[in-house]
Design a protein around this ligand. Structure first.
Ligand code: PGA
Length: 251
């Protein structure tokens, strides 16, 4: 059985003091929820204070991005060893904002994913189509391509531990959610693709999250779909109440 997974992507929000307070609030509000893995992803400046604030609670901490190299002349970047040393367990890779606004391509994301796995970080790999691609009937083609590119040459056992987040770009921060049926259709096809690329047991272990305007009001219908294993939450993760409600619905 796959344990549901809920991650809060705080994006470029929350100051140092606000981040520690929100992290503590999330840990308190989700205490005792054993049936869900809860992860929060603050800005890199706040990673250490958030890790401190959640302490030894059940809440995991993720970075929002990283470089693949361990060190070197990469101004502005963070390395996997730095994240590990700070106490991060996860890293979001290939978010559509990184891809679209910062020009990160599939080869970059593949290198980062490989490096995260080599350093014992769980990658949360984001994929998803634009509105034009959906309207042109190219959703599955896009998602397949992104998955194949990211996972190229990655060992089957490692793939089972990766968390995949399907985030249709048209649903991110727009208030427009994919319907549970639209999301399930893509999630089911992703699991089939993983079965083809690896095998059924790897595909059935891999958690596939939905992301894009997830809120307390729509999570029940999403999480009841057979291939939706949790959520990557942006806006609604910035408040304790809404994020905790989403985590509870998934538990
Ligand atoms: P949203 O963001 O929940 O605000 O749509 C999701 C994401 O970008 O991960």
């Amino acid at each position: 059985m796959r344990k549901p997974f809920v991650a809060g992507n705080w994006k470029m929000n929350k100051s140092l003091s606000e981040a520690a307070e929100l992290a503590k609030g999330v840990a308190d509000a989700t205490a005792g929820l054993n049936g869900v893995e809860v992860v929060i992803a603050p800005v890199s400046l706040c990673l250490a204070s958030v890790i401190d604030a959640v302490g030894s609670t059940h809440v995991g901490v993720s970075a929002q991005n990283m470089h693949w190299a361990e060190q070197g002349a990469y101004t502005g970047e963070l390395s996997p060893t730095m994240l590990k040393e700070a106490g991060c367990g996860y890293v979001i890779l290939g978010h559509s904002e990184r891809r679209e606004l910062f020009g990160e391509g599939d080869e970059f994301i593949h290198r980062k994913l490989r490096s995260a796995l080599n350093h014992g970080l769980v990658p949360i790999l984001c994929i998803g189509e634009t509105l034009e691609e959906r309207e042109a009937g190219k959703t599955q083609q896009k998602v397949d391509f992104q998955i194949r590119a990211a996972l190229s040459g990655i060992a089957a056992d490692d793939v089972a531990d990766i968390v995949i987040a399907y985030e249709p770009i048209w649903a991110i921060g727009t208030g427009r959610t994919a319907s549970p049926q639209q999301a399930q259709e893509v999630h089911g096809a992703i699991r089939e693709l993983l079965t083809t690329m690896y095998d059924g047991s790897i595909a059935s272990r891999c958690r596939i999250l939905y992301g894009g305007s997830v809120k307390p009001a729509n999570i029940d219908d999403l999480i009841s779909q057979p291939d939706i294993d949790g959520a990557l939450v942006g806006g609604a993760s910035l408040k304790v109440d809404s994020f905790a409600a989403i985590a509870k619905a998934c538990a």
